[in-house]
Design a protein around this ligand. Structure first.
Ligand code: GLN
Length: 268
């Protein structure tokens, strides 16, 4: 945001200077004009694209036991940047915040297990899908809740701004539960484990991974819904070059086996 404000200030200063000097073409003004043009389209700093992501959404992005920020999304964006010869700065902001950062022009792109939805297409341009994920709900191990009907009169947890939250809201009236919102996945799981909420809505691959890693939750049989695909996104009408490099790179890493290698590394 600061950069945008600064470039707007520069633009105003430039207009004032130019008004004072008639048609003068001082080199400094040309440079300022170029900076302004670049700032229109990108948050790019020091030649690096700023890519926003979630904080904890394993196996797509999370911090491993050694303290490294890793995951399918992290490896995919790095592999594509390498393949296409561009540099990135990954910013782990949280899901809702990552989308807002791109909308505000503070980040150039987002990769965060972000589902491609019709509604989001009004604000974002998406890459081709790179991973498929249903929405599901999970309950504490040993819970008697086994279906949507069992949620009647109960409190359920969702993560703000996700399509899991949208799905939970879309069938809320039908099943008659109360919704509590959380800003990140681990806090949401914790709330279910503590017994404050009886279930949380989450993407199936993420829920399944966390359970496999020891989360004391379980997914009732046959409740997956609202299937979606993940895509890389840029702001609508912005960063077309970055988006096309992502597309090209995705094609390449699918062809050369790198994509399969990354997915296998996190889902064995
Ligand atoms: N796939 C879900 C969505 O796009 C959740 C993403 C996330 O929580 N990182 O809304």
């Amino acid at each position: 945001m600061k950069k945008k404000v600064l470039s707007m200030v520069l633009a105003v200063m430039m207009a004032v200077t130019m008004a004072g000097c008639g048609s003068s073409k001082a080199p400094a003004q040309t440079a300022a004009a170029e900076t302004e043009a670049a700032a229109e389209d990108t948050a790019k700093a020091g030649g690096k694209y700023i890519i926003a992501t979630d904080t904890v959404f394993a196996p797509f992005e999370f911090t491993d036991a050694e303290g490294n920020f890793v995951g399918i999304d992290v490896d995919i964006i790095n592999a594509i940047a390498e393949d296409q010869g561009f540099e990135i700065e990954l910013q782990s902001l949280g899901f809702d915040a990552a989308l807002l950062a791109v909308e505000a022009g503070q980040a150039d792109g987002v990769i965060a297990g972000m589902s491609i939805t019709e509604e989001r297409k009004a604000k974002f341009d998406f890459s081709d899908p790179y991973y498929d994920a249903d929405v599901t709900f999970a309950v504490a191990q040993g819970s008697e809740i086994a279906s949507y009907d069992d949620l009647k009169g109960q409190k359920v947890a969702v993560k703000t701004g996700t399509n899991g939250a949208d799905y939970a809201k879309s069938v809320q009236e039908q099943y008659g539960y109360e919704i509590v919102e959380f800003s990140d996945s681990p806090t949401m799981y914790q709330d279910v484990l503590a017994g404050n909420t009886v279930a949380c809505f989450e993407d199936y691959p993420v829920m399944a991974y966390n359970i496999q890693q020891g989360a004391k939750l379980q997914i009732p049989d046959g409740i997956n819904a609202a299937g979606s695909s993940y895509g890389f996104a840029v702001g609508k009408g912005k960063n077309a070059e970055l988006l096309s490099m992502f597309q090209e790179g995705l094609k390449n890493i699918k062809e050369n086996g790198k994509y399969d290698e990354i997915v296998a590394k996190y889902t064995k």
